[in-house]
Design a protein around this ligand. Structure first.
Ligand code: PMP
Length: 360
């Protein structure tokens, strides 16, 4: 079976080796006579899978012992609601940095629960950069500061971790978790939907500092309460067991690749090549400030938008899938997560080069 190069922003490419392993085990997990999908989440075998996945993630990300790792559901979007419910801790205001579409969604949900102070917004420059530390208008009395280290749609990425002077920092790492090293100790919470660098959709990983737990708003539903998830090993209800298992296989694969630093080096190379190519001609362009271009999501536009449809049809025919930009912004976007091999980027550049020659 041929596997083509998939540049989808999410659900995104998974490592072929992971899918092959899942295929081998799909009917009978390690000779047990049943699929992981058919196991009780409380069975010895599944609990071992779940614990191993957590341990591998802790190893990969160097997660300190005073952080809980929660395997939740509802995607990153549900976190937009869970964060204020769990993290206000008696306060009434929170700071949000607005660097794009996902920041805005997080802000909109938080406004239902607290006063949102937008500490900086990049809307004025059409989200083509991020604010500097000195541009952040932080409120010392905020319950937390929320930001989006990598904005998936417009491809804008922070090159620094905001300093919040003791106020817990919360980061939506959905599209860049595991792509490079993160110093977890700088954060109150790091969270990420799974369907980019972690595994299939259906899981959301929440890494939370223990001392922040236990102060959820009284009306918080049990399924949205971090403390309840922490107390129950993320098995308060039936978790998405197969997604959890596949995430575990992805973590093992990443360890085999040499871990986060090793993949980060490849990621840098992939992104640099593609941006260098885009910058090297006037047929393609990317509007983002060079200092803040995303390593994972590379949006670009063609000089002549009338060629967009043709570009997408021909790239697909050439085995380069899912290059359309997000429906809200149009243009093109190549998402080049961990599981997208460097050869995919080389093939994309070769295609783009040829397309530009023929159509200029
Ligand atoms: N945050 C970011 C940065 C994202 O890229 C996405 C999805 N692309 C979300 C949040 C929403 O994730 P979900 O669809 O899992 O709710």
């Amino acid at each position: 079976m041929t596997r083509l190069y998939n540049f989808c922003a999410g659900p995104a490419a998974l490592p072929t080796a992971v899918l092959e392993r899942a295929q081998q085990e799909i009917l009978s997990y390690q000779g047990k006579g049943l699929s992981v999908m058919e196991m009780s989440h409380r069975s010895k075998d599944f609990v071992a899978i779940a614990e191993q996945a957590e341990q591998d993630l802790r190893d990969l990300m160097n997660i300190p012992d005073n952080y809980k790792v929660l395997f939740m559901q509802g995607g990153a979007s549900s976190q937009f609601t869970m964060l204020p419910m769990n993290m206000l801790r008696g306060k009434t205001a929170a700071d949000y940095i607005n660097t794009g579409d996902w920041s805005k969604k997080a802000i909109a949900e938080a406004k239902r629960y607290c006063d949102v102070n937008v500490a900086a917004t990049m809307e004025g420059n059409n989200f083509t950069s991020v604010p500097t530390q000195s541009e952040l208008n932080l409120n010392a009395d905020a319950a937390y500061v929320h930001y989006t280290p990598n904005e998936t749609i417009r491809g804008v990425e922070f090159d620094y971790v905001p300093e919040t002077n003791g106020v817990p920092l919360i980061a939506d790492y959905s599209s860049s978790i595991l792509s490079e090293e993160i110093d977890i100790s700088k954060y109150g919470i790091v969270y990420a939907g799974a369907q980019k660098n972690i595994g299939p959709a259906g899981l959301c990983i929440v890494i939370v500092r223990e001392d922040l737990l236990g102060q959820a708003l009284p009306e918080t539903p049990s399924m949205f309460n971090y403390q309840i998830f922490a107390d129950n090993g993320s098995m308060y209800n039936t978790p998405p067991t197969y997604s959890w298992y596949l995430a575990g296989l992805v973590f093992q694969w990443l360890k085999e690749q040499g871990g986060v630093n090793a993949i980060a080096e490849i990621n840098q190379r992939k992104a640099s090549k593609l941006y260098d190519f885009i910058d090297s001609n006037d047929f393609y362009s990317n509007p983002v400030d060079k200092a803040y271009r995303s390593t994972m999501n590379v949006p670009f536009i063609l000089k002549n938008a009338d060629l967009d449809k043709q570009f997408l049809a021909e790239s697909e025919a050439a085995g380069l899938l899912n290059l359309a930009g997000h429906r809200s912004v149009g243009g093109m976007r190549a998402s080049i997560y961990n599981a997208v091999p460097e050869a995919a980027v080389d093939a994309l550049i070769a295609f783009m080069d040829k397309f530009a020659q023929v159509n200029k």
